[in-house]
Design a protein around this ligand. Structure first.
Ligand code: HEC
Ligand code: HEC
Length: 320
């Protein structure tokens, strides 16, 4: 016997009609995904460009090509948001105007994101399987980067300036502004600068500095190998420094860019996979989120490492 309540054909017709009307109605809510002119496309060999076009250009260029099913709301709304944000972070149609080492830096960063399974985003791949970064595509991108001439040493003053900022930061002498909480309620863990490093994300190029720090509970968990899942109370921080270019066109770490946190509490943060998510930008530590949905953007990118409790970094055990 059917478990569905019996509905008359007439009711069904009315409901179906309503559904169609709503579906039809929302089609009029259409965010604009225009393609602005390509001003300075990244200059790479043809085979590298093909890889980027097929896997990344929908969100990281001014040549977005959406298939018809992406042009139907509500799919359109999701895609429009990805394209907008993707272009903000990295736009292959515009980065050609940057000095060559900086372009290479962006490609190294891209390779890193791909290798970690963060790009292209998983939800996008399920409906755009052609965009998958196959082993062959990764080989093309990596081969191109590895064949580049090694970088020259940087100008001493630049090194000193960046080192000085870093030293101040590490010594807790950087200014401490009053920090607002994220719209999802996460408070800024102000003492993070005293935490221990559990790993630097592996960088192929060493051009950006990213450190992963852990609070005491996290460090203890690392020592005990108790990190899947991480225990409640553990907090992980990722600190990122900008890239800057010195007089010789060498990219090195520059100003403080952002710090982001994952705070473990399996009950309090049950609705966001057991972690609280927060990111603060620049030396003024401005909360990143516009509203409480900010956690979702973090989770969707950390999704590939769900089976490692959403943590990318593999801490080196027994080191502390
Ligand atoms: C469906 C859209 C989409 C596709 C396709 C896509 N990205 Fe992204 N990408 C994004 C979004 C959105 C962000 C910004 C994430 C955020 O909010 O922090 C991003 C961020 C990045 C970043 C910057 C990460 C950071 O921390 O600043 C890099 C690098 C990147 N993507 C590389 C790639 C590469 C390489 C490809 C192709 C192999 C690719 N992406 C494909 C949407 C996409
Ligand atoms: C574009 C994909 C992407 C998005 C979006 C993203 N992350 Fe991450 N995150 C990464 C990757 C990749 C790493 C691994 C370290 C690295 O390479 O930088 C990482 C590492 C981290 C770490 C260190 C622990 C670990 O997993 O290794 C924290 C903390 C973190 N992210 C917090 C956040 C927060 C908070 C947000 C949302 C505001 C966020 N992330 C959004 C890709 C992303």
């Amino acid at each position: 016997m059917s478990i569905l309540p019996k509905i008359s054909r007439r009711t069904f017709g009315v409901l179906a009609g309503l559904g169609l009307a709503v579906f039809g109605g929302i089609q009029f809510i259409r965010p604009e995904i225009g393609n602005p002119p390509v001003t300075a496309e990244i200059a790479v060999p043809k085979e590298v460009k093909e890889v980027l076009v097929e896997s990344c250009y929908d969100c990281h260029s001014n040549e977005t090509k959406l298939p018809w099913y992406d042009k139907v709301a509500p799919a359109l709304w999701l895609v429009a948001n990805d394209v907008k944000k993707g272009r903000e972070h990295l736009n292959f149609s515009e980065i050609g105007k940057l000095p060559a080492p900086q372009q290479a830096g962006a490609l190294w960063e891209s390779l890193n994101q791909v290798r970690l399974g963060a790009m292209p985003p998983k939800n996008y791949l399920t409906i755009h399987p052609r965009a998958k970064m196959t082993a062959e595509k990764v080989r093309v991108l990596r081969g191109y980067l590895e064949a580049m001439p090694a970088t020259k040493p940087a100008v001493p003053e630049q090194v000193t300036a960046a080192d000085e900022q870093y030293r101040k930061w590490a010594a807790n002498q950087a200014p401490r502004p009053a920090v607002a909480r994220e719209p999802n309620g996460i408070e800024f863990p102000a003492d993070y600068r005293n935490w221990k490093v559990i790993g630097s994300s592996e960088r192929f190029d060493n051009h950006t500095m990213r450190q992963i720090l852990g609070n005491e509970i996290a460090i203890k968990a690392v020592k005990e190998g108790n990190i899947n899942p991480w225990p409640d109370g553990a907090i992980l921080a990722k600190v990122a420094w900008d890239q800057q270019l010195d007089g010789q066109g060498i990219t090195r770490s520059g100003a403080f860019k952002q710090v982001e946190f994952m705070l473990k509490d399996s009950r309090k943060y049950a609705s966001t996979e057991g972690w609280g998510w927060g990111r603060w930008l620049g030396t003024e530590l401005k909360p990143y989120g516009k509203d409480a949905t900010l956690s979702q953007s973090c989770i969707s990118c950390h999704e590939p490492v769900r089976n490692r409790d959403f943590v990318f970094t593999l801490p080196i055990l027994g080191q502390h």
